[in-house]
Design a protein around this ligand. Structure first.
Ligand SMILES: Nc1ncnc2c1ncn2[C@@H]1O[C@H](COP(=O)(O)OP(=O)(O)OP(=O)(O)O)[C@@H](O)[C@H]1O
Ligand SMILES: [Mg+2]
Length: 413
């Protein structure tokens, strides 16, 4: 079966997909892996700014997305997330590199190939829902199917199924302007999923809905992705969303891939302090390596020497005298009221400056000896009375709970 409906101006990219079926898959969870659905090889896209300066928001990016895998592109505003997505969609023409979707080369600078958006087997969901205001919800969702030679009744059944799947089964006859933002985004999602594309691109689809709806939609989207088994690239600058949704997370830094890995890996083993700062909250302390053995590295910091467990994969070439950053996550730091005498092992001294209660935990901000601020999370509320503002404290962590990364001049995002 073939369908061709492409209205790029409304942010819609539907393409000729051979063999697409109107049936909804009911398999519980499709396996990930196999040959990649999206392959991006050494991709470059530059723009020239007014005045002549060039910027390169996609700077030699390599990335492949496996079958049934959702890869989240995470990074601060302006780092190139949307540009990369638009290159994959065929809404931007890259300068160099190659993009292969479902085994078909859609862009290759070397081979002189550039397929426009309507010839790429993908669908796309945007932050601005891009629904047709003069069409009902059902008509909007049916739009990509209308050029298929399927009977109208079959299309109507499929549209209703997908509307129910995204939780707006009762709104088919309404117009987009008469439903809430969260409901509109569900409709936009339904429209992207209705054609059964195996590749879906998302550009911050949840950033216009409020926090509770966003959390709910994230959960539902994850369940739908597992059930339908599409592959996706999902852009966000919300790190919680990235960690919850992505099978893998790609952290971008001014057009360059700063990290790529599972959410656990990127959070627990950031390759540099840019990633540590951007993914989660991190205390980052500069130091110099003073000694190392097979299992532990000692680094001198402005507030004493700290021991960090050595991780073979990341730090094969670390040497005495190297400038490093120590990454301490707030949930991995222990805070105790200071006791007289020498500092306990792997502890730094500070004074409590603030207690910020956030429900699940209380954030304690302490000022360290050199004037830096450190953040610690305390979950046990019964400890807070002893840790009031002005209390002298020790912050400590086991060497295995600290990470050591190369010192970097990258500014915090
Ligand atoms: N058509 C264009 N011409 C010139 N510069 C552009 C163009 N489109 C984007 N840019 C610039 O490219 C850079 C990357 O933009 P992009 O939209 O990809 O960022 P982003 O990571 O999606 O940011 P945000 O989170 O704010 O959406 C920015 O500096 C932007 O100003
Ligand atoms: Mg963007």
């Amino acid at each position: 079966m073939t369908f061709a409906a492409a209205d790029i101006s409304r942010g819609e990219v539907f393409c000729r997909t051979k063999g697409a079926s109107l049936a909804v898959s009911s398999t519980a969870s499709a396996p990930r892996g196999g040959s990649p659905r999206i392959e991006i090889v050494d991709l470059v896209k530059s723009y020239r700014r007014e005045g002549g300066a060039a910027i390169t928001p996609v700077n030699h990016i390599d990335l492949s997305v496996a079958a049934n895998e959702l890869v989240v592109l995470l990074g601060p505003s302006g780092c190139g997330k949307t540009t990369l997505l638009r290159c994959v969609a065929g809404l931007e023409r890259p300068d160099a590199g190659e993009i292969v979707i479902d085994g078909k080369t859609v862009f290759s600078s070397k081979k002189g190939i550039y397929l426009p958006a309507d010839q790429r087997a993908i669908s796309m969901v945007f932050q601005s829902y891009a629904l047709w205001p003069h069409m009902t919800v059902s008509e909007n969702v049916a739009y990509p199917l209308n050029s298929r030679r399927a009977p109208k009744t079959e299309i109507a059944v499929r549209v209703q199924q997908v509307l129910e799947m995204v939780g707006v089964g009762g709104l088919g006859q309404q117009y987009p302007s008469r439903i809430s933002g969260g409901q509109q985004q569900r409709v936009a999602l339904a429209r992207a999923l209705v054609g059964g594309s195996s590749v879906v691109l998302f550009d911050e689809p949840l950033s216009n809905v409020d926090a509770q709806v966003r959390a709910q939609l994230r959960f539902e989207l994850q369940a739908m992705q597992r059930r339908l088994g599409f592959s996706g690239l999902y852009v966000t600058h919300d790190q919680t969303e990235a960690m919850e949704l992505g099978h893998r997370v790609a952290v971008l830094d001014a057009g360059v891939m700063a990290a790529l890995g599972t959410p656990h890996d990127v959070y627990n083993n950031p390759p540099n302090d840019y990633v540590a700062r951007f993914v989660g909250v991190a205390n980052i302390w500069g130091g110099t390596v003073t000694s190392l053995d097979g299992s532990t590295i000692a680094a001198k910091t402005p507030f004493g020497t700290l021991l960090v467990a050595k991780r073979v994969s990341q730090l094969a070439d670390i040497a005495v005298g190297d400038a490093v950053s120590i990454v301490a996550r707030p949930e991995n730091l222990r805070i105790d009221v200071a006791t007289p005498g020498p500092l306990p092992e792997n502890a730094v001294a500070g004074t409590v400056e603030a207690q910020l209660f956030s429900g699940a935990h209380t954030e304690i901000i302490a000022r360290l000896a050199d004037g830096q601020l450190a953040t610690v999370w305390v979950h046990d509320q019964s400890r807070l009375a002893a840790l009031v503002v002005g209390t002298d404290v020790h912050l400590s962590a086991a060497p295995t709970q600290l990470r050591l990364v190369p010192a970097s001049s990258v500014a915090a995002p």
